[in-house]
Design a binder for this molecule. Structure first.
Ligand SMILES: O=C(O)[C@H](O)[C@@H](O)[C@H](O)[C@H](O)COP(=O)(O)O
Length: 273
C-alpha cells in the first residue's frame, strides 16, 4: 500500500498532535466536536443546499450525538448514515441505526434524514447490492465523516482480520460498501469502505482514553503497521482531525481488561508493545 509520507509528516509529530486535540473530559470533547461538525454541515448547506454526514456507532459517540442534536441548522436537508451497521434489526439495542435515532434524531436534529445500511434479510451479503446502490446514489459524496476506533485499531467495521483489505482499506477501493464478518465482531456487519469515507472533505477521529491514544500513536509511527487505523491516517486525502480526551474511559471502567488485552495485541502487532 502506497503511504502518503508527506501527509504522515503533517500528522506524524504525534505528541504535539495529542496536545492540540486534547480536551478536558468526555463532555468537553463531545461539545467541541459537535460544534465543529455543525459548522461543517452549515458550510455544505450554504454551498449546496444539502449535507451528508456519516457517523460511527459504539459507546463513545453518545454525548457527541446528543450535543450535535442541539445544534441549530437546516437538519431537514441533512442526510445522515452510519459508517457501519451490525446486522441486527433496527430496534435491537446494539443497532447503530437505533443509536442514531435515539441520540441524534431528536431536538433540532429530529428532522434529519437517516439512510439505513440494514435490510430485513438474513445476511449483509444478501443485501449488499441494494445497500451499495443506495449509498452510492443517496449517501455519497459525504461532507463529513466521524470515525471512532476500537482498541484493536479498527474503525467502522474494518477490523484487523479484514480479508478484502484491497476493497475496504485502500483509498482507491472499488466499492463504497462491504459486507464484513470478523472474529472481532459478534455479528456480521455492513460497513462503508475507505473509498466512501474519503469522499468527505472533513474527517474526524473521536477517541477517549490513553489506551486508544497509544494504539493510534503506534499505528502512526510504524510504517509497517497493518492496523486499519494506519490505513485511514496514512491515506486520508485531508489530515483527519483527532478529538481526544485522556482516561475518562478508565474512570468509567471502559478500559476493561479485555480492552487492554486487545490494545496490547494491537500494539504487539505494530511491534510497539
Ligand atoms: O459499530 C461500531 O461499533 C462502530 O462503528 C465502531 O467502529 C466503533 O467506532 C468502535 O468500535 C469504537 O467503539 P467505542 O466507542 O464503543 O469504543
Amino acid at each position: 500500500m502506497k503511504m502518503q509520507r508527506e501527509h504522515l509528516a503533517v500528522i506524524a509529530p504525534v505528541r504535539p498532535m495529542f496536545d492540540e486535540c486534547r480536551h478536558g473530559d468526555g463532555d468537553a470533547l463531545a461539545t467541541a466536536l459537535a460544534r465543529c461538525v455543525a459548522d461543517d454541515l452549515r458550510s455544505a448547506l450554504d454551498q449546496r443546499g444539502e449535507a451528508k454526514l456519516a457517523l460511527s456507532g459504539g459507546t463513545t459517540p453518545l454525548r457527541f450525538l446528543q450535543a450535535l442534536s442541539r445544534e441549530a441548522l437546516e437538519w431537514s436537508r441533512v442526510q445522515v448514515l452510519p459508517v457501519d451497521e451490525r446486522w441486527l434489526p433496527p430496534l435491537h439495542r446494539r443497532s447503530n441505526e437505533r443509536l442514531l435515532r435515539e441520540h441524534l434524531l431528536q431536538n433540532a436534529a429530529a428532522t434529519a434524514n437517516l439512510l439505513s445500511l440494514f435490510r430485513p434479510v438474513a445476511t449483509p451479503e444478501c443485501a449488499l447490492q441494494a445497500v451499495l446502490t443506495q449509498v452510492a446514489l443517496r449517501g455519497l459524496p459525504l461532507d463529513v465523516a466521524v470515525l471512532g476506533m476500537g482498541v484493536d485499531g479498527h474503525f467502522a467495521s474494518l477490523f484487523p482480520d479484514l480479508p478484502r483489505r484491497d476493497i475496504g482499506l485502500q483509498a482507491g477501493g472499488r466499492a463504497p460498501v462491504l459486507a464484513v464478518r470478523s472474529s472481532a465482531a459478534p455479528e456480521p456487519r455492513m460497513s462503508l469502505t475507505l473509498s466512501a469515507i474519503f469522499t468527505a472533505p472533513s474527517l474526524y477521529l473521536h477517541i477517549e482514553g490513553d489506551t486508544k491514544r497509544r494504539v493510534l500513536e503506534a499505528a502512526i509511527e510504524d510504517p509497517r503497521s497493518r492496523l486499519p487505523i494506519r490505513a485511514f491516517m496514512a491515506q486520508a486525502p485531508v489530515p483527519p482531525r483527532v478529538f481526544w480526551c485522556p482516561d475518562v474511559a478508565a474512570a468509567r471502567g471502559n478500559d476493561s481488561a479485555a480492552g487492554e488485552r486487545s490494545a496490547s495485541d494491537a500494539l504487539r502487532s505494530t511491534g510497539a508493545a
